[in-house]
Design a protein around this ligand. Structure first.
Ligand SMILES: [Zn+2]
Length: 138
């Protein structure tokens, strides 16, 4: 939505790493999956009515897809609060960083446009989470 401006906004590497490690944590998926699947299961009994009313079919699909797409969003929102939009989208090219968050963390650059988007702030401590491939950009 926001135009990538002429000056680049760099993202703090530590904050970005913590943000995505929390979201990519497999333990969180194990909590999420049963709730999500149980919700989907609630829609299934209603499919036996689908032949009765064309209108019902429309309503059912609307609700079902609203759930499929909206539930993960709501879950994230409840668990983590509002996300910093810079963590979700590249501040330079504006494309989604979610699917490539591990690449961004490893290389410090956006996997789409190649721009350097992570910056280490001076905390006086070393980031040890990503192993030795920090300098292997591209
Ligand atoms: Zn980019």
């Amino acid at each position: 939505m926001s135009e990538p401006g002429p000056h680049r906004q760099l993202i703090d590497r530590k904050a970005f790493t913590v943000f995505w490690q929390k979201r990519n944590n497999p333990k969180e998926l194990w909590k999420f999956a049963p709730v999500y699947l149980a919700g989907i299961a609630c829609f299934l009994p209603a499919t036996s009515f689908l032949n009765d009313h064309p209108l019902f079919v429309v309503i059912w699909f609307t609700l079902f897809f609203a759930y499929l797409l909206g539930m993960p969003f709501l879950w994230n929102r409840l668990l983590y609060g509002k996300a910093d939009p810079r963590f979700l989208k590249c501040p330079v090219c504006g494309r989604s960083l979610g699917p490539i968050s591990q690449i961004v963390i490893a290389t410090g650059t956006c996997g789409h446009c190649g721009s350097h988007i992570l910056v280490d702030h001076d905390y006086g401590e070393k980031e040890d989470l990503n192993g030795p491939e920090d300098k292997e950009a591209q």
